[in-house]
Ligand binder design. Structure first.
Ligand code: BES
Ligand code: ZN
Ligand code: ZN
Length: 469
């Protein structure tokens, strides 16, 4: 979709007008009859009003608001979602947008994010009609560029999640990362299996044992000359390109159906680096993506195995379906070499997190200082990927002590999302926040501007956090 800044709208063009109050209507040259009709509809609490002028139409989006707080921003995204659905229904290709509202950016964001389609595998590509938004006022050229980069990044993340294993194995995944690095201008280094072996990443290698495809470990770096931070922020994403559960096979009939989305955390980190680099944010950020599928092949790792991790700690594997924490542990341990200011990981880590809060938020926990968690929560509100903090008490750590090794990889059903986080904490020496996105990463139905399938959750959250760093 193209967003163009124009100075004046042409005659007889389809127009969308975003207003906050009845008073705003006087700015747009409506006839007496039209004004009377609009006011009547607003009284009826109609949020989207259509004026037909024969060869073109005017859609008025009414967004009652005094102050544009985070809830109004979200209402604006939803209003944008409703408008673009109407425009597509009317088969309109291009529309001019008029508004004096400071919510206009969020309104456009909702439009773009709603217009996303994943058509790669459809023979009949029924593309949405709307492909151009022309904006007259309320937003600068730079703000438009920023918005386009963020929404493009979110849509790339959605694509990656929607791609099945038949296309996106770990090697192909690293190729996609390289190509996005080239496009956005961040550096990418991909470690292959022999390099991963020489680094003794025992977690990633164990999970990969049942696979016929090799693992990869991708390192992304955005290091601008004007970086505000001396020590980097490291983002780590779980890159399980498919999770069968391994020998602890996921039960049929359908618990495997959406497991192509088990790299949703990686997609969030990749999308974030894309948007950060494209928009030249002055922050040094590193992204780490350990990637493999998790399968029950002939050589697969087995429940009871003891493995030695990148940081030399030993882990008794009691469930091969708790694989995410094993590959993340190696990445977290690798991250220590950067002496980071803060490490945040994103992972579709536990069914427990999804069961606890469903689709509508992100589970967070960690040992970083309160200020960092607070900032992340504020970003969560800004982008409406809200964060709920779980406890991270030491008592949970006792549940993953092993009889024969340093740790075991499962802690039982109670507090399952937290014991997973506590497991990861053993591998990092720096302030740490863990995000479990198992709930919101993959949608089983469309919710407003978030499509069915890959949601792209985390991209806008990380971007906003880094922007306010
Ligand atoms: N990828 C899954 C978690 C998951 C479940 C993500 C549902 C999205 C939707 C993860 O690898 C897993 O299988 N976790 C197990 C851990 C358990 C064996 C301790 C789980 O949550 O059941
Ligand atoms: Zn699993
Ligand atoms: Zn998994």
């Amino acid at each position: 979709m193209e967003i163009k800044k124009i100075t004046k709208i042409g005659e007889k063009e389809d127009v969308v007008i975003l207003i906050h109050s009845e008073k705003d209507l006087s700015l747009y040259g409506f006839s007496k009859e039209e004004l009377a009709y609009l006011k009547e509809e607003i009284k009826k609490d109609n949020k989207q009003i259509s004026i037909n002028r024969y060869s073109y139409s005017i859609l008025v989006a009414f967004l009652p608001a005094k102050k544009v707080d985070y809830k109004v921003k979200e209402e604006a995204r939803k209003a944008g979602c409703n408008i673009i659905n109407s425009l597509n229904k009317k088969k309109i290709n291009a529309v001019s947008l008029l508004s004096k509202s400071e919510a206009i950016a969020y309104f456009i964001e909702g439009m773009i994010l709603t217009n996303y389609q994943f058509l790669k595998y459809k023979s009949d590509k029924k593309t949405n009609s709307l492909n151009t938004i022309k904006v007259v006022d309320g937003i600068s050229k730079e703000e438009i560029e920023e918005l386009v980069a963020i929404t493009t990044a979110t849509n790339y993340a959605r694509n990656l999640v929607n791609e099945p294993l038949s296309f996106l194995n770990a090697v192909q995944f690293s190729e996609e990362i390289k190509s996005l690095g080239k496009e956005a201008g961040f550096k990418v280094e991909v470690l292959n299996k022999s390099k991963i072996e020489s680094l003794k990443m025992g977690g990633l290698l164990a999970v990969n044992k049942g696979s016929i495809d090799p693992p990869t470990f991708s390192i992304m770096e955005w290091k601008p000359k004007n970086a505000k931070n001396k020590k980097p922020l490291v983002l780590v994403g779980k890159g399980i390109v498919y999770d069968t559960g391994g020998l602890s096979l996921k039960p049929t009939p359908n618990s495997m159906d959406l497991m192509k989305s088990d790299m949703g955390g990686a997609a969030a980190v990749i999308g974030a680096l894309y948007a950060i680099a494209k928009n030249n944010l002055p922050v040094h950020v590193i992204g780490l993506i350990p990637a493999t599928d998790n399968r029950p092949g002939g050589n697969a790792y087995a429940p009871g195995d003891v493995i030695t991790m990148h940081n030399q700690k030993t882990v008794e594997v009691l469930n091969t379906d708790a694989e995410g924490r094993l590959i993340l542990a190696d990445a977290l341990s690798y991250a220590n070499k950067y002496q980071p200011e803060l490490i945040i990981d994103a992972a579709t880590l536990t069914g427990a997190a999804a069961r606890a809060i469903g689709y509508y938020g992100v589970v967070a926990m960690g040992n970083a200082n309160e200020k960092d968690m607070k900032k992340l929560k504020a970003s969560g509100e800004n982008v409406y990927e809200r964060i709920v903090e779980f406890p991270f008490w030491d008592e949970y750590g006792a549940l993953i002590k092993s009889d024969i090794a340093d740790l075991k990889n499962v802690g039982g059903a109670a507090g399952g999302a937290i014991t997973a986080g506590k497991f990861l904490e053993h591998f990092t020496d720096y302030p740490y926040i863990h995000l479990d996105i198992a709930g919101p990463a993959f949608m089983d139905k469309q919710v407003d501007y978030i499509p069915k399938g890959g949601s792209g959750v985390g991209v806008r959250l990380f971007y906003n956090y880094v922007k306010n760093y």
